[in-house]
Ligand binder design. Structure first.
Ligand SMILES: C[S@@+](CC[C@H](N)C(=O)[O-])C[C@H]1O[C@@H](n2cnc3c(N)ncnc32)[C@H](O)[C@@H]1O
Length: 217
């Protein structure tokens, strides 16, 4: 995979956005997105949050004349709820008393000048996957971290990865000592490799890039 880097203003937008992805993983995601975008198919993200990773997918999509699609119910994952380690009180809508990361996400995209290159879908990942019709060049799985959610994301979206397209999984922690939200993404990663449908392309921190090399999931 070519080590293509985003322009400084895109990297700055990524770093300015709320979120948890470190720069080295962002650069690996960007390189994967640039490669996959060359297929001319949409790039699909599960887990928008405040748009940190979406900025990178959107810029890669823009460069290839395609689009990034990002799916989130915007109510936050388990570990982001009040009282949990990854909770940010600024993400709570005071009127309804629940998290709502959609306004922050929209500000991120606006500031980055990337609104025209993203389709934001507000909904639950498995429901959206069920009505999704076409192939995608890349699926980036960064949604819920329970086994139920991670498996549903894989089963819902991996079938849509085109031949030669990429499956990118975040928060893969092979060592339970390193886990902060559990090892469900690691189990999905193993399942993808064991399926024979995907082969590993790169490892950067907790980010794994796999390429579709055969049919199925
Ligand atoms: C770790 S955050 C995503 C971080 C983001 N990719 C970034 O780089 O900043 C996980 C997101 O997944 C969303 N999420 C969790 N389970 C979901 C589901 N079943 N359907 C849709 N979104 C979900 C949460 O609302 C949360 O915003």
């Amino acid at each position: 995979m070519s080590a293509v880097a985003p322009k400084p203003e895109i990297l700055a937008a990524f770093e300015a956005a709320k979120g948890f992805m470190p720069v080295d993983e962002g650069l690996a995601l960007y390189a994967a997105a640039r490669e996959a975008a060359a297929l001319g198919l949409p790039l699909l993200e599960v887990g928008t949050y405040c748009g940190r990773s979406t900025v990178l997918l959107a810029d890669a999509a823009r460069g290839a004349g395609t689009v990034a699609v990002t799916v989130d119910h915007h109510r936050g994952s388990e570990e982001q709820q009040p009282g949990w380690e990854y909770h940010d009180p600024e993400t709570v809508d005071p009127e309804v008393g629940l998290m709502d990361t959609l306004p922050s996400f929209r500000r991120t995209l606006h500031r980055a000048g990337l609104e025209d290159h993203v389709i934001a879908v507000v909904g639950r990942s498995p429901q959206v996957a069920r009505v999704w019709g076409g192939k995608v060049g890349l699926v980036f799985v960064d949604g819920g971290h329970t086994d139920e959610h991670a498996a549903a994301d894989y089963e819902g979206w991996a079938p849509h990865v085109a031949e030669g397209g990429l499956l990118v999984i975040h928060d893969v922690f092979p060592d339970p000592v390193d886990e902060f939200t559990g090892q469900a993404p690691y189990r999905v990663y193993l399942r993808a490799l064991e399926s024979g449908a995907f082969e590993e392309v790169s490892v950067t921190g907790s980010l794994r890039v796999l390429r579709r090399s055969g049919p199925g999931i």
